[in-house]
Design a protein around this ligand. Structure first.
Ligand code: M6R
Length: 608
């Protein structure tokens, strides 16, 4: 994920910026760049690839040390990794900036600016906000920022240089994090504490729509109207390891908390005038129209995301979808051929069975769409069509944010496919897309509201030897992932069953006190799931129910209920997965396990 840094002070600015950027490498990036003031000019240098490339280029070009500047590591979302698309971006005569996050309405803004005669050199949303800010700038940075922020939508943080205000950095954020560090006369900006912890542990947390002005020996904060704001100075008490986890105890918890941003980055750039548009991934309405059937092939969590995709695509687009475990698919002579779409979902893009399934499908004449998180990975390279998920690097072995963005892509695809097939009209497609666009804020709320109760629920589970997850429809697909999450990091045996299937054998496992986790978020299936819950309860099960807050649940139904707000029902897996992830996380913590590196597991499974 992109990282921002900035420095004003007596030291060699270029060196401080590169060193600070190196502390953000763990976030993942594909290019880097810096901009520094020197003698009234702003010098910009950028390079695709590792930071070392940037350093070599700086040395070869004798890049100035600079007196103040900004730097950036880019994780490509809009446009491929390249020198041109790297930050900083130049907006015109005055503005040079770096950006983290997403400008959702960048295409509309670009059209407007082009109509005003502004020309664009990159494919990025960042250049659009740089050009817009430059366009709005009439000598007063605060007014220009205010005007610009009134026009842009999305979640972002910006570090800005104005050419006529030397040695000063302006910073503003909406959604994406940004901190302002301070040490004596020096000032810093950064996306994350690790970037500056080598220099200072004292920092301010910039809040939504606050502007910071960083000059040597002075840091001031205002709102968008220029009214001064008093801020509390914080002191990081982290070591480097904790700092890289953003202050969270484990990467898994950090990554659960990164889900809203990951969804935003994955969805927003692909919405144009309210409609989903995967055209940049070579997926057009024209080529979707003729698809006869879909195969979704993946492993583990990615396969569970495919299950959600199956329910969504079949419900909306009425196209048959088979979900396959990649290690089975590749050896079972699959009935795949021309006119079929095979979707390979993979976080790492290197899973051996998924990669082989891709090759088998292509050999049989099917078109393959990769849904991949790791840029430039084998599955990404070999797919006919490619949708990158923008979760950023996922370090915990237990996948959380990668799953969340995989299902977000499945929804986008189901909307677009349904529209292409004439199964839904433009109004409905826009309505569903707007619901999806609203999910990041909702997910953030649910993380907050279910954290404590999920912790409590975990306390009731940790002594269990075995437990069951049950659900119907989307809730079944989701429960499969909940069950995997729990077993892989807590080491408690668990199975997931379609709630209606219990009576066909599994219910004989229920003994007094056995935990059952039931998920019920779909109104058409709610009563049926409740009946299944009653059946296990009558046999002694201790039931944890995760359900929509609009449903009435009798007192005798569950021992504990975790409620999540009800949204568009087909999107409920994005809401209900959160407490399931948290229950698994806290179960692992309470059992004293190595949460991020569970035994016997590897993050990327490159052997079959
Ligand atoms: O990298 P991939 O998405 O292809 O990996 C597939 C599975 O190994 C992976 O989803 C695994 O099940 C998760 N790490 C479990 O949390």
């Amino acid at each position: 994920m992109c990282g921002i840094v900035g420095y004003v002070g007596k030291n060699d600015c270029s060196e401080v910026l590169v060193s600070a950027l190196s502390r953000l490498e763990y976030r993942g990036y594909d290019s880097a760049g810096i901009a520094v003031f020197e003698n009234g000019n702003i010098n910009v240098i950028k390079a695709e690839g590792r930071l070392k490339n940037l350093e070599n280029k700086m040395e070869n070009e004798n890049f100035p040390k600079g007196s103040a500047g900004i730097g950036h590591t880019r994780w490509a979302t809009h446009g491929k990794p390249s020198d041109i698309n790297s930050h900083p971006h130049i907006g015109g005569e005055y503005v040079t900036l770096v950006h983290n996050g997403i400008i959702e309405n960048y295409r509309e803004l670009k059209e407007k600016l082009e109509a005003q005669g502004r020309e664009f050199y990159s494919e990025t949303d960042t250049e659009v906000v740089a050009k817009l800010l430059d366009f709005n700038y009439e000598g007063d940075p605060i007014k220009a920022i205010e005007k610009t922020l009134a026009e842009v939508t999305g979640s972002f943080a910006l570090g800005i240089l104005f050419k006529d205000i030397p040695n000063v950095i302006y910073a503003v954020r909406r959604g994406s994090p940004l901190i302002v560090g301070v040490k004596d006369e020096e000032g810093f900006i950064a996306s994350d504490v690790p970037a500056i912890i080598k220099y200072t542990k004292d920092y301010y947390l910039l809040e939504h729509d606050e502007i910071a002005k960083i000059a040597e020996g002075s840091i001031t904060f205002t709102d968008l109207k220029g009214n001064p704001i008093d801020k509390e100075l914080k002191t990081a008490d982290w070591d480097m390891d904790a700092a890289e986890k953003g202050g969270y105890e484990h990467y898994m918890l950090k990554e659960i908390n990164e889900q809203p941003d990951a969804v935003r980055k994955t969805v927003a750039p692909r919405v144009f005038h309210g409609m989903p548009s995967l055209e940049e991934c070579s997926i057009t309405l024209e080529n979707l129209k003729d698809i006869k059937q879909v195969f979704i092939v993946a492993c583990g969590t990615a396969m569970h995301a495919g299950m959600v995709g199956k329910y969504a695509i079949e419900k909306l687009a009425r196209v048959p979808v088979n979900v396959d475990i990649a290690s089975e698919f590749r050896y079972r002579s699959p009935l795949v051929g021309e006119g079929d779409l095979v979707i390979i979902i993979s976080q790492s893009g290197e899973t051996a069975d998924s990669l082989e399934a891709l090759r088998v499908s292509k050999a049989l004449g099917a078109k393959v769409m990769g849904v991949v998180n790791a840029k430039g990975s084998s599955i990404a390279r070999e797919s006919d069509m490619l949708v990158y998920t923008h979760a950023g690097p996922e370090i915990a072995v237990a996948s959380t944010k990668a799953y969340m963005v995989q299902i977000a892509v499945m929804y986008m695809l189901s909307f677009e496919l349904a529209f292409a097939k004439g199964r839904i009209d433009e109004g409905e497609c826009k309505r569903l897309t707007a619901e999806l666009m609203a999910m990041p804020e909702r997910i953030a709320e649910i993380i907050k509201s279910t954290d404590e109760i999920s912790h409590e629920a975990a306390k009731c589970l940790i002594d269990a030897e075995s437990l069951l997850y049950i659900g119907r429809g989307f809730d079944y697909a989701l429960s499969m992932e909940g069950s995997l999450k729990l077993k892989e990091i807590s080491y408690i045996h668990s199975e997931c069953y379609a709630a209606g299937e219990l009576k066909h054998g599994t219910i004989s496992l229920i003994t007094d006190g056995m935990p059952v986790i039931a998920v019920a978020t779909q109104s058409d299936l709610f009563d049926k799931t409740i009946s299944n819950i009653k059946e296990v309860k009558a046999r002694g099960a201790k039931v944890l129910l995760i359900c929509g807050d609009g449903f009435e649940v009798g007192e005798d139904v569950a021992d504990m209920v975790i409620r999540v707000p009800m949204y568009e029902e087909m999107l409920m897996p994005m809401a209900a997965i959160v407490p399931l992830q948290l229950v698994a996380y806290y179960s692992s913590v309470l059992r004293g396990n190595d949460v991020d590196k569970p035994r016997n597991l590897a993050k990327s499974v490159t052997v079959e």
